[in-house]
Design a binder for this molecule. Structure first.
Ligand code: 5GP
Length: 191
C-alpha cells in the first residue's frame, strides 16, 4: 500500500533493537484518513471470506481494526490486556510475549463476543515475532470459531513471525512488508 509506505518512509523512526517508531500516525497520534485507507485495503483483501467478526488487541490494533469493521459492517472485538472488574467472568485467555515490552501478558476476550459460529479476521498493527497473532488465533480456537486470516499493517519480514504464523496455516496479508532497516533506513520487500 503506497500511501502507508510513504508515511513510514517520511515519518517512521528506526530505533535501536529493530523497533520502528510510528507514533506520528499509528501508535500514539492517529491519522484517521490513513486508517480509513487501511480499512479499505483490508476490506478488499478479505471481502469474499464471509467474515463475521474482527479481533484485535488493545491498544494499537484498534484503529485499523475499527476502520476495517466500519467498512465491512462487522463488529470489532479487542482482546483486553488487563483484568478489569467490568470484564465478564466467563472469558477466553491466552498468554502473549511482547517483543517491545520484553515481558508476557494475558489477553482476554469475553465468551459473549467470540462464538463457535464466528468466522474471524485478526487485525494488528505489527507482525514481528508472531506472538500477538498466535495468541489471538489461540482465542479463536478456544471459542471453536473459524479463522479466516490475519491482516497486518506493518510486517517486519526480517523477523520470524511471518514464517511462524504462515507455517501454522494462517493466511496473512500485510500492507507494508519491511525487508530490512538495520542501517536505520527502511527498505520494503519487492512485491
Ligand atoms: P509480535 O507479537 O509479532 O512479536 O509483535 C507484534 C506486537 O508487538 C504488535 O502488536 C506491536 O504492538 C508490537 N511491535 C512489534 N514490533 C514493533 C515495532 O517495530 N514497532 C512498534 N511500534 N511496535 C512493534
Amino acid at each position: 500500500m503506497d500511501l502507508l509506505k510513504q508515511k513510514i518512509l517520511n515519518e517512521g523512526i528506526v530505533l535501536p533493537g529493530n523497533i520502528l517508531k510510528v507514533d506520528n500516525f499509528l501508535n500514539h497520534q492517529i491519522d484517521p484518513q490513513l486508517m480509513y485507507e487501511i480499512g479499505l485495503a483490508f476490506a478488499d483483501i478479505f471481502a469474499d471470506m464471509k467474515i463475521t467478526k474482527i479481533l484485535t488487541i488493545e491498544a494499537s490494533g484498534i484503529p485499523p481494526a475499527l476502520m476495517t469493521g466500519y467498512i465491512m459492517k462487522i463488529p470489532v472485538v479487542y482482546a483486553k490486556k488487563t483484568e478489569a472488574a467490568n470484564l465478564d467472568s466467563d472469558y477466553l485467555s491466552a498468554e502473549v510475549y511482547s517483543y517491545t515490552r520484553k515481558k508476557s501478558y494475558i489477553i482476554r476476550v469475553s465468551r459473549n463476543y467470540l462464538k463457535s459460529g464466528d468466522c474471524v479476521l485478526l487485525i494488528d498493527d505489527f507482525l514481528a515475532n508472531g506472538q500477538a497473532v498466535l495468541g489471538l488465533s489461540d482465542l479463536v480456537d478456544q471459542a471453536g470459531a473459524c479463522l479466516a486470516g490475519a491482516g497486518i499493517v506493518i510486517e517486519k519480514a526480517f523477523q520470524q513471525g511471518g514464517d511462524r504464523v504462515r507455517q501454522r496455516g494462517i493466511y496473512v496479508r500485510s500492507l507494508a512488508r519491511i525487508e530490512d532497516m538495520s542501517g536505520g533506513t527502511v527498505q520494503f520487500c519487492d512485491e
